[in-house]
Design a protein around this ligand. Structure first.
Ligand code: WT7
Length: 657
């Protein structure tokens, strides 16, 4: 390995990428912003007072006695307080005279298939469903597994659980029977709510057979509640009850009983990289406080005029916090879309933006890079002048993808908010504020008011500006996970043991020369090249900054000279032909952008990248390819055939130099 420069400590993570572009907030947005720069000072002066004021945006049946009880690493927020989440998300808006306001415009995948639910409609549906759940013997504290497509009955089912104090565990509709079964078992659920199927890529896609297979081995399941969506033929069993039979005949009145601020609201399983899925537990008062405050602040939501669309699946935390709880607590009008972005054509998202005059769009970098690959001409065909704020979540957004998003979707006018958070954090933690922050492409910028996040070195010391390290959170926050369901020890070991007294998120990060935070990917993915810790994110962003590249994934592969060497997999933009010298061109581009240390050993042009069902690149599988191993477990891939396409490319991959 190359020696370190004498006199300098090796950094936990190198800071290679330097970005000079800045985008100030539009003047009219800044002038009318929900949250101004004072919020940072107020929260810094009195953090708990700040969160108390955020909690006061909700309606409490009983005010809390103690704002925070902190027995590290176990937190209780708003102790002694009582509230009903369904009441806060639905009833109170109706009582305030906003019953006719649209809560959800639902757009099915088959064109022309749409439904509109006002807050009054939602109240009736949630009440009927709450009554039906009680008739099925579900009560406070019982766990309910929900395995559904993106149809209105999904948020209705979640809110009905919340209303009666049952704990929902939503399992993403793309998961297998065995994944569903293990989650039902872990939470010991007694009811499953599902549908016959949903529409995906232009065809009905069945769900009920997967539930049947899972439940065959789950004796604790008393009933399966089934919505008819596709009218596919399905097998039925004694335990099955149809939504149309039980929900429709219920009373649309249901008294919302207050629940304790610390009563469980939901469990959501995250797979992590390996091992048994972790049931992340979120509770009531703190979760709703932070999801609703952040939704109001980060998206500058004006409930009377905004039309908000988060494209995530409700099966992920993004959908829980920013399709269901945050927006409804704020009385927003949202769009829900059932299907995929390329059905029936690659302009479907932009057609939806045009149809509903969407003002706020929240999506993921993986989608943005796909749209870049498909070409600028597709969004250009639609009128998207209604858009005023764009959001990103799920992975680091490469600066070039950020700029493309701003230019081609936001017409060069709209701020982009890159929001960093996790299933575990429950709500956004690090993000620009659109009316305050001058955004830098690729940076998540600053912790939100009330959040104490830091970038630390191996010893847990804050790194100076310009330094790289690990993202850590130094103080508890209202929407933090309370534990891993049924496994406090694993909660302690996973999140609180790497740095004493701090929550460790598992992400690498750097603090730039101005003190702003950049996320650099999972620490498991960091590459060690000639003694330098190099983040995959920075090399990928350098590749994506080349005009021919739409998307890139890099991994470290064992190398006899440098310890690890950088191997890159790239997808070219739609119109670009693969030329003979493309690899040399891209390698030189990276060396020029980041320095010679980051120059990839190899570049492979591939048609697709392996991704999880939530759109994150699975670098583990690419490492197998780069190190000439047989490819490991592909069961969590969204498309299991992708690895064959990539392996086929391998013989042509020559190591240059
Ligand atoms: C992990 C959490 C948060 C809801 C969706 C994902 C990565 C998320 C960003 C961002 C860089 C990000 C991190 C994080 N991540 N947002 N804006 N910039 N990385 O939830 O499945 O729990 O994943 O996603 O690595 O730890 P999740």
């Amino acid at each position: 390995m190359a020696p370190e420069t004498p006199g300098t400590e090796p950094q936990a993570l190198s800071n290679l990428l330097h970005e000079n572009r800045r985008f100030a907030p539009p003047a009219d947005l800044a002038a009318a912003a929900n949250v101004t720069a004072e919020a940072y000072d107020e929260a810094a002066a009195d953090r708990l007072g700040f969160w108390e004021r955020a909690a006061d945006r909700l309606t409490w049946a009983k005010r809390w006695d103690t704002t925070l009880e902190w027995n590290p690493p176990f937190a209780k927020w708003f102790v002694g307080g009582q509230l009903n989440i369904a009441y806060n998300c639905v009833d109170r808006h109706v009582e305030a005279g906003r019953g006719d306001k649209v809560a959800y415009h639902w757009e099915g995948e088959p064109e022309g298939d749409s439904r509109t639910l006002t807050y009054a409609d939602l109240q009736r549906e949630v009440n009927k469903t709450a009554n039906a759940l009680q008739e099925l013997g579900v009560g406070k504290g019982d766990r309910v597994a929900i395995y559904m497509p993106m149809i209105p009955e999904l948020p209705i089912a979640m809110l009905a659980c919340a209303r009666i104090g049952a704990v929902h565990s939503v399992v993403f509709g793309g998961f297998s029977a065995s994944a569903l079964k293990s989650r039902i078992d872990d939470a010991d659920a007694k009811l499953v709510i599902t549908a016959d199927g949903g529409y995906r890529r232009g065809a009905p896609s069945a769900l009920k057979p997967t539930v049947d297979e899972a439940v065959a081995e789950c004796p604790q399941i008393e009933h399966v509640l089934v919505v008819r969506r596709t009218n596919q033929e399905i097998s039925t069993y004694d335990r099955d009850v149809f939504w149309a039979d039980i929900v429709e005949r219920q009373s649309d009145q249901h008294a919302p009983e207050p629940h304790d601020a610390e009563d469980p609201l939901f469990i959501l399983y995250t797979s992590g990289t390996t091992g048994k899925p972790k049931g992340i537990l979120h509770t009531t008062g703190g979760y709703l406080t932070q999801t609703s405050w952040t939704h109001n602040a980060v998206f500058d939501l004006k409930p009377e005029t905004d039309i908000y669309w988060c494209t995530a699946d409700i099966g992920w935390v993004t959908g829980h916090s920013y399709i269901v709880y945050g927006p409804l607590a704020n009385g927003a009008t949202s769009v829900i879309y059932e299907g995929t972005p390329d059905t029936p054509h690659r302009g479907r998202f932009w057609e939806i933006v045009q149809k509903y005059k969407i003002t706020i769009l929240y999506t993921a970098p993986t989608a943005i890079r796909t749209f870049m690959k498909w070409g600028d001409d597709i969004p250009a065909k639609f009128d998207m002048s209604s858009l005023r704020i764009l959001g990103s979540v799920g992975e680091p957004i490469n600066p070039e993808a950020y700029v493309w998003y701003r230019e081609h979707i936001g017409a060069g006018r709209t701020p982009v908010v890159d929001t960093w958070w996790q299933t575990e954090t429950g709500a956004v933690m690090i993000s620009p504020l659109p009316g305050v922050t001058s955004g830098k492409p690729g940076a998540a910028m600053r912790p939100l008011p009330g959040i104490v996040a830091d970038v630390v070195d191996d010893q847990g010391q804050s790194v100076p500006n310009g330094g790289g390290g690990y993202l850590a959170i130094r103080e508890p926050w209202p929407s933090m996970l309370r534990t891993i369901w049924g496994d406090d020890q694993r909660y302690i070991d996973t999140y609180w043991s790497r740095f004493p007294g701090m929550y460790f998120a598992g992400d690498g990060a750097k603090r730039d020369e101005d003190g702003d935070i950049w996320l650099l990917g999972r620490v498991d993915d960091v590459m060690l090249v000639s003694g330098h810790n190099i983040s995959t994110t920075e090399v990928e962003s350098a590749l994506v900054s080349h005009p021919k590249v739409a998307e890139a994934a890099v991994v470290g592969a064992t190398d006899p000279v440098t310890g690890q060497a950088i191997v890159s997999f790239v997808i070219l933009r739609g119109s670009v032909e693969e030329s003979a010298d493309i690899a040399a061109e891209l390698r030189n581009h990276v060396a020029k952008t980041l320095g010679p240390i980051a120059k990839p050993r190899q570049i492979l042009v591939v048609p697709e990248l392996p991704k999880t069902r939530s759109g994150k690149i699975m670098r583990r599988l690419l490492r197998d390819v780069a190190e000439n191993r047989s490819v490991g477990d592909v069961t969590t891939l969204a498309d299991s055939t992708v690895m064959n396409l990539i392996s086929e490319k391998l013989p042509s991959a020559k190591s240059e130099d």
